[in-house]
Design a protein around this ligand. Sequence first.
Ligand code: FE2
Length: 297
Amino acid sequence: MQHSIKRHAYQDKISSQERGFLTSSQIDFFKEEGFLVIPHFVADETCDRLRQRMDEIVRDFAVSPQPTSRFSTRSEAYLNKYFLDSASNIYFFFEEKAYDDRGYLVYPVEKALNKVSHALHDLDPVFREFSYQKKIKNIFLSLGYKRPVLLQSMYIFKQPHMGGEVVCHQDGTFLHSHPTPPLGLWIALEDATIENGCLYAIPRGHKGPLRSLFQRDGDTLCTEILSKEVFDHSREIALEVKKGALIILDSLLPHRSDENTSSKSRHAYTLHGTDKSAHYPKTNWLQRPEDFPFREM
Ligand code: FE2
């Protein structure tokens, strides 16, 4: 009898993890370290389905090109109306290296994209179904978000030989809400290795202050320096993960990624969300019009 009770308890734990709920030791790890890696969170076939859908989106874009923008975390050239409008659209951002000196794109579109963002999760049926699934909502619920809402999504390509470096930053610089901060979910759609530009993070670095705040005033953007404390890269670790892994990031955790100098791409899909009850200031760059609000999960 005792044996059968034990077996049921174990089965409950497994099915609760399959549904995305975190265990108490995972929650403790996340709170202490500022990040958490969950291998095999997304099935391989689902990763392939998202990649396939992005191929279709890119193909449609390539045959009827719309306005685009470059994207680099080392330049502010991308901070324009196209960027602001991407909050409510599926927009296309290209690698700096994809252009020649005269400003012409010198690579095929599918090899030159840095990312597609920031409202994929609301506007595309495949990404919507994936993003609003219970298993992802349950990650938010496990971490104390009572009524999670999704703010933004990014499909990041990290192209072979071209995918640009992402300088060390805290996501809290770019999205802020109070008292509940935004939560970041980073999903590997392909293996992420040191060679193809995996994430690097500074464990426990979320215990330091927010270094800077990117703010919007109308259509003007500026970055306010809040702390001169430097990131301690001596404690940094590489988060090499297999396809399907989820990395959860605290909004204060310093993280970055190198340029991809390898011949393999490193596709990833990221989501950021917060709680419906949180105050989401107008100073966030990411704003939606009244008729297209952020949606509860
Ligand atoms: Fe980030």
